[in-house]
Design a protein around this ligand. Sequence first.
Ligand SMILES: [Zn+2]
Length: 228
Amino acid sequence: MKNCKVCKETKPIEKFNITNKVKGYRDPSCRSCRLAYMKQYKQSDAGKLTQKKYAQKNKEKIAATHKQWQIDNKEYFLEYTKKYRAENKDKVAKREKTYYLKNKEKIAATGKKWREENKEYLKEQREKNKDKLSVQSKAYYVENKEKCLAYSKKYREENKDKTASNYKEWYQKNKAQVAERKKEWYLNNKERINAQQRKYRQSEQGKISAKKYNQKYYQENKGGTLIW
Ligand SMILES: [Zn+2]
């Protein structure tokens, strides 16, 4: 039996936490007094500061413990997460947005790394979902045309060399296909193209351009055989 210095009650020795196993020391306050004190301390400014400092100092350790706990309690964790997300939609969305804005570059880098490491998998997925994806991206494009155009413009400007060499490479591989498509496109849009060209030739810009072209042609073929 031991007397608690806080509540002054006499309790069995098991009710006091061991503070030093080797020397057999026990806490001078009983377990329920200790818990009450800890609870109060955690809510005090000093307690909060201690916890914050501890968290900063042991970031990795805490994260590892947390992760392990999630693995060990996978089902509970998933269920809990699902429920929490459903009940706190706005809060979660707001937090995710803040997190995204704060970690944009990090997220982009992680995503890029992952995509590079899972190239084969992504290719397979793309092949598998070809039709679905094309419908989806078309729909997205229609709804976000301005955004898409601005994005690809920005991307091209920021990656000039890359896009040029990518295109060149792609073109070399798909030359025949491109020619075929061009032809097809031309045949499908013949009327429109002709109308446009007519309109262009009649415009100021078109007249200037035609004049320039004629001059250039004349310069280049001055010494050549006149064919008219
Ligand atoms: Zn006590």
